[in-house]
Design a protein around this ligand. Structure first.
Ligand code: AMP
Ligand code: MG
Length: 495
C-alpha cells in the first residue's frame, strides 16, 4: 500500500455509529444505563466549532434540529449507551461513598480526528439514580461559566476538559429565582476521577479496582503498562500530572474552588468548573466560593489539597500496590513524597519563565527574586494578571505600567534593578503571561447578559480569552482590572 492510499477515517459529521461505550462495557459496575430528560424547546446558545471539527462533527448539522437534540442526549446515536457514572468522593473533607452523576451522563467515547479517544458527556441532562435530593438540572449561567473558563484554560495551554456546546432546554429551573435550564456538552480525555477509585475500593471488589486501574492505564498513562509495577507507575503518573496541573493553576492565579476528590481527574485535566475564579489582586489567602467558609480550597492551599486528594487515591490503590498492607503503605508514601518535589520544580520553572529568566540561572539567584516579587505584589495589592503582563514592558525598559499597578512602587524599583541585570527575555515573557483571562467582572457581565438573551458580551469575551497572549487593539477593556465598585467577589457552586 502506498502512503497516499493509507486508510483514513472518514466521518459523516454526525455521531452515528461512532460512540464506543468502552467505559460502560469494561466497567459495568460503575455505569447505570440512563436516558437524558426530554427538553421541551432546545435551543443552542453557543457551539465550539473548532472543537466540533476536531471531533469530526459537522457544525451545520449540530446547529440543526437533530444535531441540537444530539447535543443534549435527546437523539441517541445508533450504537450508543448513555450511562450515569458511579463515583464516591471526599467533599470538603467528609467522605460520601455514593455520589455519581446526579445530573450528568456519559454519552460514550469517540475517536477524534487525531485518533484520540474522548468522552462526550452531558451536564444538566436530568435526574439519574444518583440525584439524591437534586433536581438533575443545570441553569444557563453556570454552564456558560464552565464553557468560558474551560476554553480560556485550554487557550492558555492548561490541561482541561473542553466545552462543545451549551443548549438551553426550554425548561425553567428554580434556583433563587426561575432561570433558564441548560445542558453543557463536555468533552474530556475521560471522566475518571480520584472518586472513581474510592468508589471501586469501597465495594471491596479488588477485581473491579484492578479493571478500573487497567482502564486508566490504557486511556491515560500507557507507559505504566510497560513498568515493572504498572499500578505503582499509574499512581506516580497521576501524581506527576496533578503536580504539573496545579502548578499551572497557581501560575495564572486560578482558584478552582471545589477540589473535592470527585472533582480531581486521573488524566490530569482540570474538571468541574463550579465556583472557580481568577485572582484579581494578588492575595494568597483568596477564597471565592461562598460555601468554603474555612478556606480549605483557597488559592494558596491548592497544592496542599491536591496532595491530600492524592493520598486518598493512594489509599484506594493499596491492594494493588502490595499484598501486605504495611508494605503497600510504604510504597505509596514514597511516591506521594514525589508530589512536593515535582510541584515545586514545576512552579519554580514556571515562575522563572514568567520573569523571562534563563533556565540555566541558579535557583539560589532566582528563588529569592521570585519570593521578593510576590511580597511586593501582595503588599502593593496589584492585579495579578496585569502585573505579570506589565513585566514584559518593564523588561523592555518601560517600567511605568508595572509601577502604576503598585501602591508603593519604591520596593519594585530596587527589585527591578536586580532583575533587569539578569537580562530577562521580554518576548518569552509575553508568551507565558496572558493579557486576557476570564476576569470575574467580565464573566459576570457575559453570564447576566446571556441569561437575558443578549449573547454579544459572551461572544466578545470568548474571542478575547481564546487568544490570551497576543495583545490586540480594541480589547483594552478585557485587559483591565475590575472597576473599584465591583467589590469583593463571591462565587456559588455550579448549580
Ligand atoms: P459538583 O459539586 O457539581 O461536583 O457535584 C457534586 C455531586 O452532586 C455530584 O454527584 C453531582 O452529580 C451532584 N449534583 C450537583 N447538582 C445536582 C443537581 N442539580 N441534581 C442532581 N445532582 C446534582
Ligand atoms: Mg463534580
Amino acid at each position: 500500500m502506498t502512503a497516499a492510499a493509507r486508510p483514513t477515517v472518514t466521518f459523516d459529521g454526525t455521531l452515528e455509529g461512532r460512540l464506543d461505550g468502552r467505559f460502560a462495557s469494561e466497567l459495568g459496575e460503575l455505569a447505570i444505563p440512563w436516558q437524558a430528560e426530554e427538553a421541551p424547546d432546545p435551543r443552542l446558545v453557543v457551539l465550539n466549532e473548532p472543537l466540533a471539527a476536531e471531533l469530526g462533527l459537522d457544525p451545520g448539522y449540530l446547529r440543526g434540529p437533530d444535531g441540537t437534540r444530539l447535543l443534549i442526549g435527546n437523539l441517541v446515536p445508533g450504537g450508543a449507551t448513555p450511562v450515569a457514572q458511579a463515583y464516591a468522593g471526599h467533599q470538603f473533607g467528609g467522605f460520601a461513598p455514593r455520589l455519581g452523576d446526579g445530573r450528568a451522563l456519559l454519552l460514550g467515547e469517540i475517536t477524534d480526528a487525531a485518533g484520540r479517544l474522548r468522552d462526550v458527556h452531558l451536564k444538566g441532562s436530568g435526574r439519574t439514580p444518583f440525584a439524591r435530593g437534586g433536581d438533575g438540572q443545570a441553569v444557563v449561567g453556570p454552564m456558560l461559566r464552565e464553557y468560558i473558563v474551560s476554553e480560556a484554560m485550554h487557550a492558555m495551554g492548561i490541561p482541561t476538559t473542553r466545552s462543545l456546546a451549551v443548549t438551553v432546554t426550554g425548561r425553567r429551573v428554580l434556583r433563587d429565582s426561575l432561570l433558564p435550564g441548560a445542558v453543557l456538552t463536555r468533552v474530556a480525555s475521560s471522566h475518571l476521577r480520584v472518586g472513581s477509585f474510592q468508589y471501586a475500593r469501597a465495594t471491596g471488589d479488588i477485581n473491579l479496582l484492578r479493571r478500573l486501574a487497567d482502564h486508566a492505564i490504557t486511556r491515560h498513562h500507557p507507559d505504566a503498562a510497560e513498568a515493572g509495577h504498572p499500578y505503582l507507575a499509574l499512581f506516580q503518573a497521576v501524581v506527576a500530572a496533578q503536580a504539573s496541573l496545579v502548578s499551572r493553576w497557581m501560575l495564572v492565579g486560578f482558584v478552582h474552588g471545589v477540589m473535592n476528590t470527585d472533582n480531581m481527574t486521573i488524566s490530569g485535566e482540570t474538571i468541574d468548573y463550579g465556583p472557580c475564579a481568577f485572582l484579581d489582586t494578588f492575595d494568597p489567602g483568596t477564597v471565592y466560593s461562598s460555601i468554603d467558609e474555612a478556606g480549605r480550597y483557597s488559592y494558596r492551599n491548592q497544592p496542599v489539597m491536591a496532595e491530600w486528594n492524592l493520598t486518598r487515591l493512594a489509599e484506594s490503590l493499596l491492594p494493588l500496590l502490595h499484598e501486605d498492607e504495611e508494605q503497600a503503605v510504604a510504597i505509596a508514601q514514597e511516591s506521594l513524597a514525589g508530589f512536593r518535589r515535582q510541584y515545586s520544580a514545576a512552579w519554580s520553572a514556571g515562575m522563572r519563565a514568567k520573569l523571562g529568566l534563563q533556565e540555566k540561572l541558579d535557583d539560589e539567584v532566582t528563588s529569592p527574586l521570585v519570593d521578593e516579587l510576590l511580597s511586593i505584589l501582595q503588599a502593593g495589592q496589584a492585579d495579578h494578571t496585569s502585573f505579570f503582563r506589565s513585566l514584559g514592558a518593564a523588561a523592555r525598559g518601560h517600567t511605568e505600567s508595572a509601577r502604576s499597578l503598585l501602591q508603593d512602587p519604591a520596593a519594585f524599583d530596587a527589585w527591578a534593578g536586580r532583575w533587569s541585570a539578569l537580562a530577562p527575555d521580554a518576548d518569552a515573557m509575553d508568551r507565558v503571561n496572558p493579557v486576557y483571562i476570564p476576569r470575574n467582572h467580565l464573566v459576570e457581565e457575559a453570564l447576566a447578559s446571556a441569561t437575558e438573551g443578549d449573547l454579544d458580551p459572551l461572544t466578545r469575551l470568548l474571542d478575547a480569552v481564546g487568544s490570551p497572549y497576543a495583545e490586540r487593539p480594541g480589547l483594552e477593556r478585557y485587559a483591565s482590572a475590575a472597576p473599584e465598585d465591583f467589590g469583593a467577589y463571591r462565587t456559588f457552586c455550579g448549580t
